[in-house]
Design a binder for this molecule. Sequence first.
Ligand code: FAD
Length: 830
Amino acid sequence: SQHVVIIGAGIVGTNLADELVSRGWNNITVIEQGPLHMPGGSTSHAPGLVFQTNPSKTMTLLARYTVEKLLSIEKDGYNCFNQVGGLEIATTPARLEELKRRHGYALSWGIEARLVSGEECCKMYPHLNSDMVLGGLHVPTDGLALAARATQLLIERTSAAGVRYLGHTPVTGIQREGRRVTGVHTPGGTISADIVVSCAGFWGVELGAMVGVRIPLLPLAHQYAKTTTVPALAGREINQLPNGMNATLPILRHQDERLYYREHGGQFGIGSYGHRPMPVVASTLGLTPREVDDKNMPSRLEFTSEDFDPAWKASQQLLPALQETEIADGFNGIFSFTPDGGSILGQPSHLDGFYVAEAVWVTHSAGIARALAQILTTGQSDIDVSECELSRFEEVQLSQEYVNETSAQNFKEIYDIIHPLQQRQSPRKLRVSPFHARQMELGAFFLEAAGWERPYWYEANKDLVPALPASWQPVKRDAWSSQFYSPISAAEAWKTRKGVAMFDMTAFHRFEVSGPGALGLLQRLTTSDISTKPGTVTYTLLLTDHGGIRGDIFVLRLEDDVFQIGANSATDLAYLHRESRIQQQTSPMQWMQVRDITGSTCCIGLWGPRARQVMAGLCTDDLSNRGLPYSTLKKTSLAGIPVTLIRKSYVGELGWEIQSSAEYGQYLWDAIWQAGKPHGLIAAGRSAFNSLRLEKGYRTYGVDMTIEHNPFQAGVAHAVDLNKKDDFVGKAALQRLAAQVPSRRLRTLTVNDGRSMVLGKEPVFYDGKPVGYVTTAAFGYTIGKPVACAWLPGGVKDGETVEIGYFGKRIRATVEAESLYDPEMTRLNQ
Ligand code: FAD
């Protein structure tokens, strides 16, 4: 097999070697700057608490696999995971509610979990101050990872399988030829490689810099202290067991004070996130010493006890037995934080043979390693790891300023109760559309995504709410779903369905693919035949070889060899860049250029039954249904501004996406606004937009469907043309899958009582058992009920009743046939 060099023998690097070996790859060298028996990275001192439950399905599944794997690594009669269970406690009413939500995540993602009373918490954990604890969430399969031991056993077993380990060997440079990485430099010479994987933990920034790849992580110190032995726990036999096994109490989280606890044979370990962020630059730490021990390692800094004082007081209050102890030992340990809290996995688009797996907790380590091993050996991970993708970041999100500020903020908020729509306060206004000044004048409420400010609703539309017909009046919401919401969106949805509204579509990714090879590239990568005539718009899918959905895109054929792509993320751009580069290497005459034109262009969605009347005042072209039918486009001018009119709509109404070069944006907005006045045109935001698209049954990639799903399951088979003459990525897999009955399907649900809101990620029960989860949800103003998309077993039929779990309540909902609004598409085709 290919020669793989792994940099770093922490929990991630050693797991990766092991996952590759188990897939038949054994030409592997692991290079570690520290001594192999204790390399001195974050793993060497990790207390190893594994709480699996996470709002993210991906992170939960990665953790679940890590637990399974650590349980299976055994020597001398014991394995590498002490399954003592995990207990998260609430000491405030708000946290008690949050635990109900976390219980929902556990059920959604398939983790056994139970909400328990304060009394039961104290039974499970007798040291707790019973006056403080209101209740808890108990996960019996959580526990303590014996991370350092697992690393040693993995080194042992992979060495026996032929993996070569080089300790005391710093990688000082990475060798490349053109766009291919060919080896690594060390003081002892160059080691050639076909694939280099950096598993260097918080040194990742330095390793990335060796090949010009910016790794957006910030090393931060985090305090961990051990108490002296609690007198009542002294002298027990269990205290003599090795680290990790010397515990029977569940691992404990006291998130109201940003603290967690584990037992070390009668001593307590206390981890705190309650202190100031303490950033570190790895390159300033110096070389790893030749001899590393418990106290002396580069990832362990001096304990700053003044930072720990509040944590110590809070701990003695929560666990009164600690009043009889002192702090025996403490340190400021370093590990990685990222701008969005996710790990960093994958390869840069401009380079072949270089991968990273960094900013990974012990909790997710084996899961991440397996995902990468699957990507290397088969091209696709079973678990959707897009939220860990290196390429998910926009360029501006890779700047040092952005990484430092957002990662430090994530440190502070790590245990906070965060609403799914809650926004960071800073940095804001990094990216604004040319319409921003007008949106401010209209009182836009902005939420941020990928650096863009996106209007959710406009206060200027407030007076429309009381005037809404009775059936459109917004229903009262509970306190949680009322956050980041305004009833104004009901009025904006009503205007879109009954009159006309304009939406800022600028933040949606737009790429241009041009050149003689452009058609060939897109034919090869997409599921539809796009060799249609210029002027057509095609909704199509990007797949993996396994038939998993990699993305959904719109392909606009502007000219014979010029295409515009409407895409979802920076990851789509990285994919197109990589694939175009590979194609050009094999057939240089078939060159093409892939450009991100998002920021240099802008786009307004003008939609609603009166949209054509507004356009009549701006453009003399024939914009009738015959002149410019649905799914076609035209370059023309509007009020004298060069524009592209694209006859498509994500909200299911007549209208156009009107796109122009960015410098015309404000003029264009003003011109449309003026022309629209006599027809009652309003500006509308994303809150209404989400509601309208859900009613129409349109999917959002990355949330409703991911690489884990195929088009038949996700209800997007209409975007697949299996009769397409050209071969395309995933075609063979789809031919096989087409014959199968999908075991699960993405379904639309409506809430029976017409008012109970859900927000996404809630578990769905069928016959009383959790069988699926909600992806996205909104109030459907047109149909007068909350609407949700949910993954359910394939056998659940139209019209059946299911229940959605929301803060411990069960909300009854009905499984609907596909589109709730205008399934015949008459509104779009008028
Ligand atoms: P590391 O273990 O740091 O391994 C990277 C290796 O790369 C190092 O050994 C380093 O020497 C080597 N290396 C770097 N540069 C080079 C080079 N140029 N050449 C050769 N080798 C190189 N996680 C949990 O899940 N649960 C917890 O309870 C938990 N508690 C924590 C408590 C503290 C105090 C700290 C600091 C971290 C904690 N973590 C916890 C986080 C966890 O420890 C880390 O995320 C994890 O260990 C990272 O593993 P890794 O293999 O990526 O990195």
